[in-house]
Design a protein around this ligand. Structure first.
Ligand SMILES: CC(C)(COP(=O)(O)OP(=O)(O)OC[C@H]1O[C@@H](n2cnc3c(N)ncnc32)[C@H](O)[C@@H]1OP(=O)(O)O)[C@@H](O)C(=O)NCCC(=O)NCCS
Length: 350
C-alpha cells in the first residue's frame, strides 16, 4: 500500500502522530506518552503543519515535529526549525519512510523560512541525518582547570534550584555572557519557561543561582561533574571565584563551556593550567537551508570577507553539508577560533 508524506492538516492528525511517537520511543508506553504530552503542552503545535507525518492505508506511520527556535550569528538572528520526535512505526522501518518523512519536514522548514535545521539526535553518528545533508557539530570542550591558590574571598552566595521569580535576571545574565558566541540559542520568555520545566523532570542537572545579598547576579549549571553553563550580569571574574569555591573538586574544575566563553577566557587569562578536549560526535546535527544567510552571518562573525560568487543550492544534500564543513575553515581564519560552532548543552535540547 502506498505511503503519503506531508504536513498534518488537523489537530486530530497531530494527536495521532504524537500517539505514534509515544509508542515508538521508550522505555515504556505510559512514561513515554506522559513525556510526549508534556512536551506538546510546553510547545503546542500552533500550526499543525509543523508536525509532518507519513500515512499509509489511513494510518499514521511516521512523524517529525518541527519546533521554533532562533540562533544568533554576529548580529543576525537566524530562524531555526528544531527537529524532534522523529519516528517510524517499527513494522515499516527500513523501507525508506524515515528518509521520506524527513525530506517532507525539510520542505516544510524551507516553507517556514528556516535558515537552519537542527536536531539533538542520538542517531547523529549512524549516518541517518548525514544522508539528509546534516553535519554533526557537537563540539563538546571539556576544559580542565587546575586550581593553584585560593581565590579571593567573595561576598556572593549560592542558592540551589531554578527560581521562576529570578528568570529575568537569568535571561539578562545569559544574554550578556553568551551574546558574542556563535550560533547561541536566543531564549525568549517561553524558552526560559520551558527550561524551568525541563530541568525539573527528571532533575538531570543542578541549576544554581548566584546572589549578591538578595539580588540575583547570575547562575551556573552543573552536570556530570562539569559546568555546562555559567552566566553573570556583571563581571565574569566574580563568577570564576564562585565556581572555584563551590564546584572545584580536589584542586580541579571542569568547564564544558565554549573556549571563548567569558569565564573560560578569564581562567585562560589568569594563566591557570588548562587542558582542552574536544569531541565532535556529541549528537548535535545541523543542516543549512539558507546558504546565503548563513554564510553572510558567518563572515560577519569571523570578520572576514568571504563573498561567494554564487549562492549554493542547499536543496542538494551534499552541497548543504559542504557549506557547513567549509564553515570551519572560515571561522578559524585569522581569529584562531578553536571551535567554530557552539558548545550547546542539554539545556537547549528539544
Ligand atoms: C530512525 C528511524 C526514524 C529511521 O526510519 P526508517 O524508515 O527505518 O529509515 P529509512 O528506511 O528511511 O532509512 C533512511 C536511510 O538511513 C539509513 N539508516 C536508517 N537507520 C540506520 C541505522 N540504524 N544505521 C545506519 N543507517 C541507517 C538507511 O540505510 C537509509 O539509507 P539510504 O537512504 O542511503 O538507503 C526509525 O528507525 C525509527 O523510528 N527509530 C526509532 C526512533 C528513533 O530512533 N528516532 C530518531 C531519534 S534521533
Amino acid at each position: 500500500m502506498g505511503f503519503e508524506f506531508r504536513p498534518a492538516t488537523s489537530v486530530r492528525e497531530v494527536q495521532d502522530a504524537y500517539e505514534l511517537a509515544a509508542r515508538v520511543f521508550g522505555p515504556n508506553y505510559f512514561d513515554s506518552k506522559a513525556h510526549k504530552e508534556r512536551l506538546l503542552r510546553l510547545e503546542p503545535a500552533q500550526d499543525p503543519r509543523d508536525v509532518v507525518i507519513g500515512r499509509q492505508g489511513g494510518e499514521t506511520v511516521a512523524i517529525v515535529r518541527i519546533v521554533d527556535r532562533t540562533v544568533s550569528l554576529a548580529e543576525r538572528a537566524l530562524k531555526v526549525g528544531g527537529i524532534t520526535a522523529v519516528a517510524v512505526r517499527p513494522d515499516v522501518q527500513g523501507q525508506g519512510a524515515g528518509r521520506a518523512v524527513m525530506e517532507a519536514a525539510l520542505e516544510r522548514s524551507r516553507e517556514r523560512g528556516d535558515a537552519l535545521s537542527i536536531a539533538f539526535a542520538r542517531r547523529a553518528v549512524d549516518g541517518f541525518y548525514w544522508r539528509l545533508g546534516y553535519v554533526g557539530v557537537g563540539c563538546h570542550p571539556r576544559i580542565t582547570i587546575r586550581i593553584g591558590e585560593s581565590p579571593n574571598e567573595s561576598n556572593l552566595r549560592i542558592e540551589d534550584g531554578f527560581r521562576r521569580e529570578r528568570m529575568d535576571a537569568y535571561a539578562r545574565a545569559y544574554d550578556q555572557t553568551y551574546r558574542n558566541l556563535p550560533l547561541r540559542f536566543v531564549r525568549d520568555e517561553s524558552a526560559w519557561d520551558s527550561i524551568c520545566e525541563r530541568l525539573s523532570w527528571p532533575p538531570t542537572a543542578r541549576f544554581v543561582s548566584v546572589l549578591d545579598a538578595a539580588r540575583s547576579v547570575g547562575y551556573y549549571v552543573v552536570a556530570d561533574g562539569a559546568v555546562i553553563e555559567a552566566a553573570a550580569i556583571e563581571s565574569p571574574a566574580l563568577l570564576r571565584d564562585v565556581l572555584i569555591h563551590h564546584v572545584g573538586n580536589a584542586g580541579e574544575l571542569v568547564l564544558a563551556l565554549h573556549p571563548h566563553h567569558p569565564v573560560a577566557s578569564q581562567f585562560h587569562r589568569d594563566n591557570h593550567t588548562t587542558s582542552i578536549r574536544h569531541a565532535w560526535d556529541g549528537g548535535h546535527v545541523v543542516r543549512v537551508l539558507d546558504g546565503a544567510g548563513f554564510l553572510a552571518g558567518l563572515a560577519e562573525h569571523a570578520q572576514c570577507d568571504r563573498r561567494t560568487a554564487e549562492v549554493p543550492d542547499t536543496r542538494d544534500h551534499a552541497t548543504a553539508r559542504q557549506v557547513l564543513l567549509d564553515a570551519a575553515g572560515v571561522v578559524t581564519n585569522g581569529k584562531g577560533m578553536l571551535s567554530p560552532l557552539p558548545a550547546w548543552t542539554r539545556i537547549d535540547e528539544f
